[in-house]
Each structure stands twice: as structure tokens, then as C-alpha cells.
Write a protein that binds this ligand. Structure first.
Ligand code: ADP
Ligand code: MG
Length: 726
């Protein structure tokens, strides 16, 4: 009888040094000298470009003026020299297709010359435009496959950077990606368009206040949550490898109940990983700032200092790439799925978002007396208004199969979109609603009852982890975004709805200014808007059942799953919004809807197939072997006169659970084969209504079996192995 000890091999392997040498190379470094050494930042460009060219380039980067071809040629030379000095032999146009990941196609700088040698060359044309074959990227029906042409276009507002490999380096040039008809096939293009829309509406609003600014931009800082799993365990789990989450696994007796992991001291190997990761990100010019353990065992977070939304989105993608890459050096795998482990905390990507002027004025900073800060009240009212009007859209842009496990699961915000303002602002907006602004509640000082500790400055509003969209001091935090998602689409939506709300409030203000002085007009506009959008404000506990009821009575949407939420993405209302602000055409919007439906279907389809195959090829054989061993004990025990009643009960229990497992799996296999229809929509619907429940049934039995099958027979690394063995 062959036993499966593979799991124990994995356990043993974790104890041995994981990166080959067992020595982690952490040379001390000076953060100020290495920061940005692998990114081509403005200062570097300025130093290397002729003055006149630099001036022209700056008007493109700062004022978004069109790029001239002589500028492109000069930048290309500088870029190539800078990159080759750093060992780069290749360059790539780096872009964000609608897969949600990034893509790259590498070209060498090499050009053969007549003498049989070669020179390194890179022209302005190559810098500005690339032509990858677009046919294999999802286009959601925007482009029939025979029209394979697609273009990548240099984005001069996001710095180029170098990706190093032990065997060479590559220059990565951030680009947008479009079809040959000019339709956006990527996430960057609409994000840039939304930034432009917000700029226009923002400048217009500031104009009404008599404030001058060059540009209005949104700023973003995204907090990335992730799990680290030893690779020995990861690769022994087909579910983690194929679907990114564990499809089986009994929750261990110790999960996160003790709350001892959150902000706990960081394990040495993990800390080495984090230090290495941060060093590489600094070198790439990504301003990462905080790190800590998260709520679940094995879960961590990394957060940067905020940047303008386009650069923040690129840097967020780069952070995910570097997380994956660096983890491998330490024998770890970085898991960014929204819910890799049932019963434990999932992972989100809190997306902090604000609006500021290019001069650095944060328009969502309330100052000490928000009630008298009219500019803040105007911009904050616009946010509240926009979220109220477009709850459906905000829910749709964060919809995914992975995030469905997280939203509303009593650990992450519910699927109902609402806004948490905190005590102080809630009070101010209540006054505003009544049309009478008198005062702001103060934060004040907090004494801790001992003279040795300095007094604390108390914030005027507490935190509320249960809110999907929370005001946190001088920014809003969109917490419902999933850990694996790109922030580009959610931020595109935020920028666009904000542009619309600013325009609406500006329209109303302009109209009222005809008959009223500024303050009266403004107060009346904001008071009306506050009344209108009041139902979206909620300061209470978002996890409670009461909230579900109350939200319904307020008429707020509760779109529980991706399949409920996605149809909102390209509704008439939202198509009109994106059309008006030239962010996404109807065809572009429809294509995103199609792609998201398709991704939902494919993701769950993979899970269904993987579940069935793991049951058949791993779990059933393990149970059968164990039953076989027990049966032998029954036989022999009886023959030598031992009591075998307990063994018999165990064997019977296993046999009956095994029957249930096989039965449930047969049902799943049947559903897997059916697919539910021919269109992607029918297939996606089939996943939701048939595959997910069928998988859940299988898992239920399998997880019970895990608890009664002999540990040395169980072939799949357990939650205990993965989360507690470090
Ligand atoms: P918290 O712990 O309240 O979430 P942090 O200070 O850790 O707050 O900030 C979380 C994230 O919010 C960081 O990425 C930070 O850079 C970002 N952030 C701070 N201010 C702004 C802002 N004005 N606009 C966008 N993001 C911001
Ligand atoms: Mg936060």
C-alpha cells in the first residue's frame, strides 16, 4: 500500500533555506540615493535634454499639450542612452490590456550596420508608437479578430523604467493601447480621458470661487493586501495554481480569532522579503511607505504615498508585478486573490482618492473648521452627490468573481454602496441640509491619564471599517476595490462622476448667482444637493442586518453578486455619462461589460473543473486508501479477537462521506459539461446559479473528510500548513 507523504515533504522543505543559498542578500542602502535610479524621472530628462526640447516636453507633460515629433526624437535618444547605461538591451511598450494585467512585447535596440557589426538605435517613432498584434488581447467585440492591428502609444506623463533580470535588463515605456480605429483597448486611455474631464470641471468650479490653478488632478494611493504562501505548499495545490484560491480546506481550530496577527511583529523571512521588495520599488521610483501584517495569518499589506491617478495606477501594477517577482526569491508565492482562504479575512485594495490642484491645494481637505470652508464643502458635496447618483456604477466597476466572496462577508464592506463621513462632517452636512451652517465639532486633545505620555490630537471623526466609501481626513477611501483588480477602472469612474457632479453644481451656482450674492447662492445650492443625496450617508455599522433593511427603505441598491452588478456598467445612464465626458464610447463601454462577463464565466469555469479533478485524482484516492487500511484492521483484528467497534464506526463514517462526496462531484461534473448555453452571458449565469452551488456542496463534504482522514494520507496542504508554518 502506497502512502502519500508528499505533504510532509513540503513541511520539511519549508524548514530549509528557501532561496538556494539560505542567505538573504540585504546590503545596507541609502534610500535617498537609490530612489528612482531605475526610473527616468523629469529631473533626469531635464538634465539630459537640450533646453528648448525640455521646455516643449514639459508643456506636454504638465499642460497636456500635443507632443511634437522633434521632441520625441530627442527623448528617444536620451531614453536609449539612459537605459543602455543601465544595462538594458531591449525596450518594450508596457501597457494595460483589458485582462487587468500588464502586457509587454520586447524589441532589441540592435540595428545591424553595413560593416557586419551592429549599433544600438531607438528612434522617436519607435518611442511614440508600437504595433503589437492585438488579436490575442480581449476586445469585447470591439474588433473582429481579422482586424488584428492595434497600436501602443507612448504616455509621456508616466516615467519609463528599467526591469532588471539576472541576465539582462529591459526598458519599459508606459503606453496606451488602442485599435486601429482609435478605440481604447486598455485601461490607461479612459483613465487619462477621465483625468482630463475632471480637470475641466475642476477648473471651472475653481473659477467660480475666483481661484486660479494650472490643472486639477485626482490623487490616488492604493493599499495592497496580499497573502504569502510557501511555494512548497502552493505548487502542491492545483486550486491555488489554477484559480488563485483554495477550493478546499477546513478552517483550522486557530484562525484569526486571537487577532494576534494584525500589526503583529513581522516574521524574519517575510521581513526580508518586504525589505527587498521595497528596495526594488524605491529604485523604480515607486514611493512605498507602509508595511504591516494584516488580519489573517499569512496576510500583509503594502501602501505607497499618493501620486496623480495615472502614475499611481501604473505604479500599482508595477507593485503587483514586483510583489510576485520578489516573493519567489524567498521561496514564497504572493497570492492576491480577494478570498484565497474561506473563513479567513479576504484581501482588498483600499483606493484612497482625492482631488487637488497642480499647485498642491487638496480640495478635499476640510481644515479645522469645515463649516466655514466653502471650497471644501463644494467639492465634498460633489463627491457625495456623485456617489449617490452612481452607486450602481461604483458597484459595477469593482465586480468580479473573486470580490463576490469578499463583499458583504462581514469582513469587507457590504455590497451596498454608502458613504461614511465621520462625526464632524456628518454634523456639518446635517447643518448644511438645514441651510444653516453654524459650527464644526472640534477634535481636541486626548489625555491618556498619565503625565509621561504627550497629549494626543484627537481626529474629528473615528474610522469605520465597515463602510465601502469613507472619508478619512482629507481624502475618500474606496474600500470595496478587490485586491486583484486594477485600480484604473474604479478611478476612471470616480474621476468621471466627480466631473459630472462638479459641473452640475457649477451650473446651479451660476444660475443662482444671477439673483443672489455668492454666499447665499452657494449655500442654497449645497443645501439642496445635501438634501437630495442624504440617503447615501451612513455612519453606522455596515455589517449589521439592520443596515440591509434600512438601505432598502432608503432606496439604495444592494447588488449582491457580479452578475447583478455588471449590467449596470453599460446601462443607458452610465453610457450617457461616459459619452458626455468622452471617457468611453458606447462601444468601448459595451466591450468592457462583455470582457468582465467573460472573465467571470471563465474564472468560475476553471474553479468548477479544478474542483472536480482534485476530488477525483487527489481526495477520493486518499479516502479510499485510508478506508482500505481500516478494513485490513477490521479483518485482522477480528481474527485475533480484538474489539474493532470504534474502527468499524470510523470506516463506516468514511465510507458514507465518500459516497456523498462522489455523488456531489458527479453532479458538479455534469454541470461542468453543460455550460448552460452558447453565449457568454448564458454561461456566466450558469456559473452563478449552478456551478457555484455545486462546488460548495462538494467542498462541504471534502472539508469534513479532511478532518477525519489520517493526516499522513491527506494529499493537499492544509490551511494549518500554509498559514502557520513559516
Ligand atoms: P489610513 O491608515 O487612514 O488608511 P494612511 O495615511 O496610511 O491612512 O494613507 C493611506 C493611503 O492614502 C496612502 O497610500 C496615502 O498616500 C493615501 N493618501 C493620503 N492622502 C491622500 C490624498 N490627498 N489623495 C490620495 N491619497 C492619499
Ligand atoms: Mg486605509
Amino acid at each position: 500500500m502506497s502512502k502519500s507523504f508528499k505533504r510532509f515533504d513540503a513541511l520539511a522543505a519549508v524548514k530549509t533555506p528557501s532561496n538556494g543559498t539560505g542567505k538573504i542578500d540585504m546590503k545596507p542602502f541609502d534610500i535617498t540615493t537609490i530612489f528612482g535610479e531605475n526610473a527616468l524621472h523629469l529631473n533626469e530628462l531635464k538634465a539630459r535634454l537640450p533646453k528648448s526640447i525640455w521646455k516643449e516636453l514639459k508643456t506636454t507633460i504638465v499642460d497636456n499639450a500635443p507632443l511634437q515629433s522633434d521632441v520625441a526624437d530627442a527623448v528617444a535618444v536620451v531614453m536609449k542612452n539612459w537605459a543602455t547605461e543601465r544595462g538594458a538591451t531591449h525596450y518594450t511598450h508596457w501597457f494595460q490590456p483589458l485582462t487587468g494585467f500588464t502586457a509587454e512585447k520586447h524589441d532589441s535596440f540592435i540595428t545591424p550596420n553595413q560593416g557586419g557589426g551592429a549599433v544600438a538605435e531607438f528612434s522617436g517613432k519607435e518611442l511614440v508608437q508600437g504595433e503589437p498584434d492585438a488579436s490575442s488581447f480581449p476586445s469585447g467585440g470591439l474588433r473582429p479578430t481579422f482586424e488584428a492591428r492595434g497600436y501602443t502609444v507612448w504616455d509621456p506623463t508616466s516615467p519609463a523604467f528599467i526591469v532588471e533580470n539576472e541576465n539582462g535588463s529591459t526598458l519599459c515605456i508606459p503606453t496606451a493601447f488602442a485599435s486601429w480605429k482609435g478605440e481604447a483597448l486598455d485601461h490607461k486611455t479612459p483613465l487619462l480621458r477621465s483625468a482630463e474631464a475632471l480637470n475641466k470641471a475642476g477648473l471651472r468650479a475653481l473659477g467660480l470661487f475666483g481661484i486660479e490653478a494650472k490643472r486639477v488632478t485626482s490623487t490616488v494611493g492604493a493599499e495592497q493586501e496580499y497573502f504569502l504562501i510557501d511555494k512548497e505548499f502552493f505548487y502542491r495545490r492545483p486550486d491555488l495554481v489554477l484559480s488563485g484560491r483554495s477550493l478546499f480546506g477546513a478552517v483550522p481550530p486557530k484562525g484569526q480569532e486571537l487577532d494576534d496577527h494584525y500589526f503583529g511583529s513581522i516574521d524574519d523571512r517575510v521581513l526580508s522579503f518586504m525589505l527587498d521588495l521595497e528596495r526594488e520599488l524605491y529604485r523604480l521610483g515607486v514611493p512605498v511607505k507602509t508595511r504591516h501584517n494584516e488580519v489573517a495569518p499569512g496576510q500583509y499589506e503594502i501602501a505607497p504615498i499618493f501620486e496623480t491617478s495615472n502614475v499611481a495606477a501604473d505604479h500599482q501594477q508595477l507593485t503587483m508585478i514586483m510583489l510576485r517577482k520578489t516573493a519567489r526569491k524567498y521561496g514564497l508565492v504572493c497570492v492576491m486573490h480577494e478570498k484565497p482562504f474561506a473563513g479567513l479575512n479576504g484581501s482588498g485594495k483600499h483606493t484612497n482618492w482625492s482631488v487637488s490642484t497642480s499647485e498642491g491645494l487638496n480640495l478635499l481637505d476640510p481644515g479645522n473648521d469645515p463649516h466655514s470652508n466653502m471650497l471644501f464643502l463644494f467639492f465634498c458635496s460633489a463627491v457625495i452627490r456623485s456617489v449617490y447618483k452612481h452607486q450602481d456604477l461604483l458597484r459595477a466597476v469593482i465586480a468580479s468573481a473573486g470580490n463576490d466572496h469578499r463583499l458583504g462577508a462581514n469582513e469587507a464592506p457590504p455590497a451596498i454602496i454608502s458613504i461614511f463621513l465621520g462625526d464632524q462632517l456628518d454634523d456639518v452636512f446635517t447643518q448644511l441640509k438645514a441651510g444653516d451652517l453654524k459650527s464644526s465639532k472640534a477634535g481636541g486633545l486626548l489625555g491618556l491619564g498619565t503625565p509621561v505620555l504627550p497629549p494626543l490630537h484627537k481626529h474629528a471623526g473615528d474610522r469605520n471599517r465597515t463602510s465601502p466609501f469613507a472619508f478619512t481626513g482629507n481624502k475618500f477611501e474606496f474600500r470595496a476595490v478587490g485586491s486583484a483588480q486594477t485600480i484604473s477602472l474604479p478611478v476612471t469612474a470616480l474621476n468621471t462622476i466627480m466631473a459630472e457632479a462638479l459641473d452640475e453644481l457649477s451650473d446651479q451656482l451660476e444660475a443662482k448667482l444671477k439673483d443672489h450674492d455668492f454666499e447665499t447662492a452657494l449655500l442654497s445650492v449645497l443645501s439642496e444637493s445635501s438634501k437630495e443625496s442624504a440617503p447615501i450617508l451612513f455612519n453606522g455599522d455596515g455589517y449589521s442586518d439592520n443596515w440591509q433593511e434600512e438601505a432598502a427603505s432608503r432606496g439604495l441598491l444592494n447588488l449582491k453578486t457580479t452578475m447583478d452588478a455588471l449590467p449596470m456598467l453599460n446601462s443607458e445612464k452610465n453610457a450617457a455619462l461616459f459619452g458626455k465626458y468622452k471617457v468611453l464610447s458606447k462601444a468601448e463601454l459595451d466591450s468592457r461589460f462583455e470582457i468582465l462577463v467573460d472573465q467571470y464565466f471563465k474564472g468560475i469555469n476553471i474553479e468548477g473543473e479544478t474542483t472536480a479533478s482534485m476530488v477525483q485524482t487527489m481526495i477520493v484516492p486518499a479516502v479510499v486508501r485510508y478506508i482500505n487500511e481500516l478494513a485490513a484492521v477490521l479483518d485482522r483484528g477480528k481474527s485475533v479477537g480484538l474489539t474493532v467497534a470504534g474502527t468499524e464506526r470510523t470506516a463506516k463514517k468514511l465510507a458514507s462521506e465518500l459516497d456523498l462526496l462522489i455523488e456531489a462531484n458527479e453532479k458538479l461534473i455534469k454541470q461542468n459539461a453543460e455550460l448552460g448555453g452558447d453565449t457568454e452571458h448564458e454561461k456566466a449565469e450558469h456559473m452563478r446559479t449552478n456551478i457555484i452551488p455545486a462546488m460548495n456542496k462538494v467542498r462541504e463534504v471534502a472539508d469534513r473528510l479532511e478532518k477525519i482522514v489520517a493526516d499522513d494520507y491527506w494529499p493537499i496542504p492544509t490551511y494549518r500548513d500554509m498559514l502557520f508554518v513559516k
